[in-house]
Design a binder for this molecule. Structure first.
Ligand code: MTE
Length: 333
């Protein structure tokens, strides 16, 4: 690589935040803001410290005006259980990664600029017939349920949250892909009038992620349209985002406008940014360190505790079989 730049959600050399600095979320933010991320990438980061109280006071949760508000809460699917408590809503909704709004974790207020109606999702590529569908029509067609999933960011923090939404498989079935479709490519909006970060030319916008067809139709793959029994807040990826809980958080593309069924593996946002560090598969594995920090443990968001990381984030029984015979692939970065 001829250049090297750290991203805002990365921890620096010296590993993921030591336990001592993870006492509270405020301390964590201070540690990140003052740490090597800032030193290495001053052009990319704005100071985030000091915004916490105004964000917390504002709440910045789903707007009461959201026309889908009446759909929630939905019935929890008890097949997916997680030991331990849920992360408090205020943590999950005010500590975010959404680079379209900047590289700070504290973008929840800025993300309120996002306009989520009208919102159309384009379905295209190798499908019987490409089409567009408005989010409210899509919500009417999809079987909504709630799932509590663990979430593990590549930065070595984790949380447990109740997503509402529907199995990605239901959307794949609606799309009617052709047999030549091998991958599902998902893209975030690229309209810079909705998010100032999109004017940052350094980033390879729009944000793109993808799954293989086998992954997309695995029962765990989920499209979240709600969080904590309400419409999903803008900062968490309204009105719809991917949740693939056995993968690092960056796979979970937010605010999707385009879903394409492709024969070729899509090049993702982070593969373009740092191919030596971020691959396509990005399955959670405590044994495979990030080049600059260990993945063996994670800091539990909002709690004064570290927990050992588990392969596939604890979802191996559902997904390990997807990767048989792929030992030569970089499955864990
Ligand atoms: N999607 C878009 N469009 N833009 C982003 O910057 N960040 C990713 C992912 N999806 C990101 C995105 C990363 S790095 C993480 S860890 C998760 O969103 C964070 O999701 P959360 O803010 O809901 O916790």
């Amino acid at each position: 690589m001829h250049y090297f730049r750290k991203r805002g959600w990365e921890l620096g050399d010296g590993a993921a935040t030591p336990e001592a600095v993870f006492r509270t979320r405020r301390q964590l933010v201070k540690a990140l803001a003052a740490g090597p991320v800032l030193a290495a990438a001053p052009v990319l980061l704005t100071a985030c410290d000091g915004k916490e109280s105004s964000n917390a006071a504002n709440g910045a949760t789903a707007s009461a005006a959201d026309p889908s508000a009446h759909l929630y809460p939905v019935m929890r699917n008890l097949r997916y259980r997680v030991d331990g408590p849920l992360t408090e809503e205020r943590h999950a909704t005010t500590y975010n990664n959404f680079y379209e709004y900047g590289t700070s974790k504290y973008i929840s207020q800025d993300a309120q600029q996002l306009r989520i109606r009208p919102w159309t999702v384009k379905i295209e590529g190798a499908v019987e017939k490409p089409f567009e569908i408005g989010i409210d029509d899509l919500l009417k067609k999809m079987p909504l349920e709630e799932r509590v999933y663990r979430f593990r960011c590549v930065e070595a923090w984790g949380m447990t949250v109740p997503w509402s939404g529907f199995a990605l498989k239901a959307l794949v079935d609606l799309a009617k892909p052709l047999s030549k479709a091998k991958y599902v490519r998902m893209e975030t909006f690229g309209d810079s009038s909705l998010a100032p970060g999109l004017r940052q030319p350094f980033f390879p916008w729009p944000y793109v992620e993808g799954l293989s067809m086998a992954e997309a139709t695995n029962e765990l793959s989920f499209i979240a349209t709600g969080l904590y029994g309400k419409p999903i807040p803008k900062q968490n990826g309204a009105p719809l985002r991917l949740v693939a809980p056995w993968k690092y958080g960056f796979k979970n593309v937010k605010s999707i406008v385009r879903i394409s069924f492709d024969e070729e593996r899509p090049k993702t946002f982070w593969e373009k940014m740092g191919p030596a560090e971020y691959g396509f598969w990005a399955n959670v594995n405590p044994e495979v360190a990030h080049p600059r920090w260990s993945q063996a443990h994670e800091n539990v968001l909002g709690e004064n505790r570290r927990a050992p990381t588990v392969i596939y984030n604890g979802y191996g029984e559902y997904v390990a079989g997807l990767y048989k015979g792929m030992e030569n692939e970089s499955l864990f970065k």
